[in-house]
Structures are given as structure tokens and as C-alpha cells.
Design a protein around this ligand. Structure first.
Ligand code: GDP
Ligand code: MG
Length: 225
């Protein structure tokens, strides 16, 4: 009898988990050719293309990510054609995003200088609690490297990026650190938007006053994730 009851409770919890879907939008920002579309293609489809097609306007992909044991985050990852002529689309592109990955290309110094512009555009158009993560791309091209990860350390601090010690160096060609970059983004989003109920251990939105699993009062019964 107890076993049946336990199964029923577990079933109900799984139902609740599925029902309270954690859906977030992540946007990528950075100049044309820094490697935005390639990073998304590697993360979502595990592919790399030396001749990646230009992104026309705006595109997006969806990917589910398991975090915090069995919890599923449903991520919509938005890709932006970095050309000037598409910049008018940027406000609506960033609208509602939980995280922005801001990319610079380690083989082109000017893309690091451009980071400030992208940070400003994100800050001007995004929700206040958007998290920013700085990403250094194309780290496989060691011979052509013009910027070291160290050079960009200061920028992370300056722009208030999540865990501001250094940008994440990635290669979409080899896959190095690509998953890590999106995991960082997921972790940052969860930190910014979710809280853990110390009564039942579940996580739920920070904006809620009570835990939507057990009904505990969020003011006294929660801990930071
Ligand atoms: N070697 C190398 N090439 C890359 C990497 N990421 C992107 N590229 C190349 O850089 C070019 C621009 O990439 P793309 O993703 O289209 O940049 P976007 O304009 O920011 O979307 C393409 O030719 C890609 O194949 C990388 O990690 N390593
Ligand atoms: Mg592109």
C-alpha cells in the first residue's frame, strides 16, 4: 500500500516538474564572423562547417539540457546576423533573454574592441537581470591568435559578466569548451532566476512567494542555488 502511495507521489512530482517547464532564451552577440552560428551548430547539432553560411537577420534553435540531477532546461538559442544592417532587429532579439553570450574572435583583435559596443547594446535592450558571459572563439587557431584569454580578463570584470574571472575560450571546430560555455550560461540563469526550497529541495522561480511544490513560504524557506 505504502509503495503504491510512494509511486503516486513520485508520479505527481514528475508531472509537476514537466508542467513547470523551465524555458529560457539565450542570445548570442558579437560581430559578423566571430563564430556565433558555429558555436550554436556545435552545441545543438555537434557539427562544424568551415564554410558556414551567413546568418540572415535572426535565427534560432532549441536544445534541452539536464541540470541539477534530473531537471530539464528548455533553451532557445538565438543567433543574430552581426552585420550593421541587421542591428535594428537587436532590441526585439534581446527582449526576454535570460542570458547573453558575447563573443570575440581570438584571431581578430578588433573584435575584442567591439565587445564594449555589444555589451552596451545588450544592456540597453535587455531585462535587468540578464546574465552576460564573455566567450573567446576559435582557440584552435593558435598560429593566428592575436588576443590571449588573459588580455580579456579585465573586460569580464568591467562589464559585470557572470563569474568575472576570465572569458571561456572555445573552439567550435574541435568542440573544446562549447558545452561548458552553455552549461555556464544555464548555471548563471539558474542562479539569477531560481531558488531552492529548503523544505522539499525543489527549485522554483525567485519571483514566487511560495514554493510551487510544497507550499513553503519562500521568504524563510529558501536557499541560493
Ligand atoms: N578554425 C575555426 N574556425 C571557426 C570556428 N568558429 C567559426 N569558425 C569559422 O569562422 C567563420 C565564421 O563563423 P560563423 O559561425 O559563420 O560566424 P558568425 O557570423 O558569428 O555566425 C566560418 O568560416 C567558420 O567555419 C572555430 O572555433 N575554429
Ligand atoms: Mg552567423
Amino acid at each position: 500500500m505504502n509503495l503504491i502511495l510512494l509511486n503516486l507521489i513520485e508520479g505527481y512530482e514528475n508531472f509537476l516538474r514537466a508542467f513547470i517547464m523551465l524555458k529560457y532564451k539565450i542570445v548570442l552577440a558579437g560581430a559578423k564572423n566571430v563564430g556565433k552560428s558555429s558555436l550554436i551548430a556545435r552545441f545543438c547539432d555537434n557539427v562544424f562547417n568551415e564554410e558556414m553560411m551567413d546568418t540572415i537577420g535572426v535565427a534560432f534553435k532549441r536544445k534541452k539540457m539536464i541540470v541539477d540531477e534530473n531537471r530539464e532546461l528548455d533553451l532557445t538559442i538565438w543567433d543574430f546576423g552581426g552585420e550593421e544592417k541587421y542591428r535594428f532587429l537587436f532590441p526585439s532579439y534581446v527582449n526576454g533573454a535570460a542570458a547573453a553570450l558575447i563573443l570575440f574572435d581570438t584571431t581578430r583583435k578588433e573584435t575584442l574592441e567591439d565587445v564594449e559596443n555589444w555589451v552596451n547594446i545588450v544592456d540597453e535592450n535587455a531585462d535587468e537581470n540578464i546574465v552576460k558571459i564573455l566567450i573567446a572563439t576559435k582557440i584552435d587557431l593558435k598560429e593566428e591568435r592575436q588576443i590571449s584569454i588573459e588580455d580579456a580578463k579585465e573586460l569580464c570584470k568591467k562589464y559585470g559578466c557572470y563569474e568575472s574571472d576570465a572569458p571561456i575560450g572555445t573552439s567550435s571546430k574541435t568542440g573544446e569548451n562549447v558545452e561548458k560555455a552553455f552549461r555556464k550560461a544555464a548555471e548563471a540563469i539558474m542562479n539569477a532566476r531560481l531558488q531552492r526550497c529548503s523544505n522539499c529541495g525543489e527549485i522554483f522561480a525567485k519571483k514566487l512567494k511560495i514554493c510551487n511544490y510544497c507550499g513553503a513560504d519562500a521568504e524563510i524557506k529558501t536557499v541560493q542555488i
